[in-house]
Structure formats: C-alpha cells, structure tokens
Write a protein that binds this ligand. Structure first.
Ligand code: HEM
Ligand code: HEM
Length: 151
C-alpha cells in the first residue's frame, strides 16, 4: 500500500532530527535550571539566567515542533490507533508543560510554586516517556512489517 506523504506517521529525516535537537536543548536547559535553583539552591547567577533564556527560546521552538506533529504524525497515528497509550501521555504532558510555562509568566504570584512544580514534574515525566514512546512505536512498526512479509 502506498501512503501519501501527509498521511505518514514516520517523520522525515530532517524533521525528526530537528525535533530531537530542539527537544534536547529544552530538556537539558530545564534540568540544569532545576538542578541549580531548586536542588543546589544556588543564588541566581548570570549562567542560570542565560540557561533560562535559552530554555525560553527553545521552548517556543518546541511548540512549533509540537504543532508540526498534530496534523501529520498524531492525526495519522490516531486514525490507525497506533502507539496511542504513550502518545496520549506525551500529548497531555506537552499541554501541561505549555500551560504551566504560561502560568510561570502570567499567573498570580501565589500560584508560582504550584505552576513551577507542575512544570518541572511534567517535564521530567516527558523526558522519561518520550524515548519509551519512540522505542515502542518502532518496535510495533517492525513487528507489523515482519508479520506482513510472512503473509
Ligand atoms: C506531542 C506528542 C508526540 C510526540 C512529540 C511524538 C514523537 C514521536 C517520535 C519522535 C517518534 C519517532 C518517529 C520516527 O522514528 O520517525 C514517534 C513514533 C511514533 N508515534 Fe509519536 N509522538 C507524539 C504523539 C503521538 C500520538 C498521540 C500517537 C498515537 C495516537 C503517536 C504514535 C506513534 C507511532 C505509531 C510511532 C511509530 C512510528 C513508526 O516507526 O512507524 N505519537 N513519535
Ligand atoms: C515544550 C516544553 C516546554 C515549554 C513550552 C516550557 C516553557 C517554559 C517557560 C515559558 C518558562 C518561563 C521562562 C521564564 O521564566 O523566563 C519555563 C521555565 C522553566 N522550565 Fe520549562 N518548558 C518546557 C519544558 C521543560 C522541561 C522538560 C523542563 C525540565 C524539567 C523544564 C523546566 C523549567 C524550569 C525549571 C523553569 C524555571 C521555573 C522557575 O523557577 O520559574 N521546562 N519553561
């Protein structure tokens, strides 16, 4: 069966690697900032401020990546009911990260701690679940191809 490009679940090479790179920068900068400010409890330094500036910039890019997956990857996988469990988990986590990221800027001061921890926990969960999602998705796809060849 030939599948039209826009119906493909698999990402193109550039799309895939650009998405990985942007996500890695968001995740690493988020973890470094958490480690320094909330674990080591250091006073804010120029380094931490720059890490947060990088985080904010690449967070915006990560939302573009997210948007680029909705009409293609997510829509096609959803229609074919493939890899839905971890897929929906990541979808929820991305939504929570975006809303709590917004709340860090614009919510009342007394919500800040809740917004921050909601943001950090959903971020760490995504860091753990995304590789799982990709590994399961690839495994299921390989198995489907093998089954197809046998028949
Ligand atoms: C923000 C949400 C999501 C992100 C960032 C994401 C990201 C990814 C990435 C990077 C891959 C590896 C692609 C490749 O190797 O070409 C993948 C694989 C996969 N994902 Fe997602 N995904 C998301 C949501 C979903 C949802 C909601 C579903 C299902 C309804 C889904 C189903 C799949 C499937 C079936 C694969 C295996 C593709 C294959 O190898 O053929 N994904 N996902
Ligand atoms: C799509 C994913 C993400 C988006 C859209 C996003 C967005 C944002 C935004 C808008 C801010 C506020 C920046 C500022 O105060 O200048 C922020 C701060 C922060 N983010 Fe993210 N982020 C994402 C992923 C993550 C991840 C994966 C982590 C890792 C744990 C993380 C950890 C943090 C931390 C620690 C802060 C600073 C919180 C504070 O003390 O105010 N973020 N993020």
């Amino acid at each position: 069966m030939s599948i039209h490009n826009s119906n493909r679940i698999k990402l193109g090479t550039t799309h895939k690697w650009l998405s990985y790179l942007i996500w890695l920068i968001v995740a690493i900068s988020g973890v470094i900032f958490t480690f320094r400010q909330d674990y080591q409890m250091l006073d804010p330094s120029d380094f931490s401020v720059n890490v947060l500036k990088i985080h904010g910039l690449f967070a915006a890019a990560a939302l573009i990546v997210f948007g680029s997956l909705i009409g293609t990857h997510i829509h096609s996988a959803w229609q074919r009911k493939r890899n839905v469990v971890t897929g929906v988990l990541i979808l929820s986590m991305f939504s929570i990260m975006s809303l709590s990221g917004y709340a860090l800027y614009y919510s009342p001061e007394e919500w800040h701690e809740t917004a921050k921890w909601t943001h950090i926990i959903s971020g760490i969960l995504t860091i753990l679940v995304l590789p799982t999602h990709i590994a399961i998705g690839r495994f299921l796809q390989r198995r489907r191809i093998q089954l197809h060849r046998k028949h």
